[in-house]
Write a protein that binds this ligand. Structure first.
Ligand SMILES: NC(=O)c1ccc[n+]([C@@H]2O[C@H](COP(=O)([O-])OP(=O)(O)OC[C@H]3O[C@@H](n4cnc5c(N)ncnc54)[C@H](OP(=O)(O)O)[C@@H]3O)[C@@H](O)[C@H]2O)c1
Length: 292
């Protein structure tokens, strides 16, 4: 039997993150917290939670450490830091290095949005969104690269996952609460993931992006209520629902596990197919729309 035939039978732990060290930016709530819970329940040994507010990081860590099914010795650690500026990212790396000599998985997830009409869209808001959603994602990956490189190998590469959005693939919000900077920032990080996949692949660090659709969260709640509310948005989604915590947890665990160790530079949508259905709704007759 060849080496590859033997490997066909070694699938038992294909999604396991046993012993992995993880950093989650924007981990105090929303998608970052869903992901952190997934990392820990898949066997990670340390999950660092960072966001600006210390109290929010501490509460998230307390909730994660109270999960009933953690691996023995596994823990979540709170490190408040502002990812929007380079000093904040440097501080985060320094603090992480106090309790680990390497990082296996970096979830670059912190993000912000701004809604304002085209004619009055403020320069400061556009800049703020681009700084956090693009520049700081790049800086976070760049400053964590030495720690990610420590244990990455061809067979077991380290991982970076960037949170993009379907707003970076299709059109984002327009009109009174248009999110031009946000959409541009999410398209930018999708392209950044491709560039960094090629740059960092040879250092045994894989870089992929996720593109969520609407998930109820502090950030999304305004948009959800402005565009009809959860129930109405669920009806217009091909999967007939919005995103839920497990959808994010499952995807980031996959993208961090052996199961995805040959996936690099990809962007995976997690939106029930909503972004592909937009044109269908526009082109369909009223009768067809009722069926969709
Ligand atoms: N929810 C959705 O429908 C959706 C869809 C597509 C993409 N996304 C993306 O998913 C990511 C998370 O969004 P979410 O919906 O989970 O939003 P959320 O619930 O508002 O969470 C945002 C997180 O980012 C942190 N954060 C904000 N500014 C930060 C900064 N300067 N430095 C460090 N941390 C910061 C927040 O904590 P602090 O306030 O304490 O800093 C919080 O932990 C974002 O990149 C967002 O664009 C969300």
């Amino acid at each position: 039997m060849s080496k590859y035939e033997t490997e066909l039978h070694d699938f038992q732990n294909i999604f396991s993150l046993k012993g992995k060290v993880v950093v989650v930016t924007g981990g105090s709530r929303g998608l970052g917290l869903h992901a952190a819970s997934g990392f820990l329940q898949a066997g990670a040994s340390k999950v660092y939670i960072t966001s600006r507010k210390a109290s929010a990081c501490d509460s998230a860590v307390a909730a994660l450490n109270a999960l009933p099914n953690l691996s023995p010795g596994a823990k979540s650690i709170s490190i408040p830091a502002d990812s929007a500026n380079i000093e904040g990212v440097e501080h985060l790396v320094e603090e992480v290095m106090k309790t680990t000599d390497h990082v296996d998985i970096l979830f670059a997830n912190a993000g912000a949005t701004w809604g304002e009409a085209f004619d009055t869209h403020p320069d400061s808001a556009f800049g703020k969104v681009m700084d956090l959603n693009v520049k700081s994602v790049f800086n976070t990956i760049r400053l964590f690269a030495p720690l990610l490189q420590k244990k990455g190998t061809i067979e077991d590469p380290s991982r970076v996952i960037i949170t993009a959005s379907v707003a970076g693939i299709g059109i984002g919000s327009l009109g009174k609460t248009a999110t031009f900077g946000y959409s541009a920032s999410k398209a930018a990080v999708i392209h950044l993931a491709k560039n960094l996949a090629v740059e960092l692949g040879p250092r045994h660090i894989l870089v992929n992006a996720i593109a969520p659709g609407l998930f109820p969260s502090k950030m999304a709640s305004g948009l959800i209520s402005l565009t009809g509310g959860e129930e109405q948005l669920a009806v217009s989604n091909p999967s007939k629902r919005l995103g839920k915590p497990e959808d994010i947890a499952g995807l980031v665990v996959f993208l961090s596990s052996r199961a995805s160790s040959h996936v690099n530079g990809a962007t995976i949508t997690v939106d029930g197919g909503e972004v592909w259905a937009r044109g269908v709704m526009v082109n369909a007759t009223k009768e067809d729309q009722a069926k969709l």
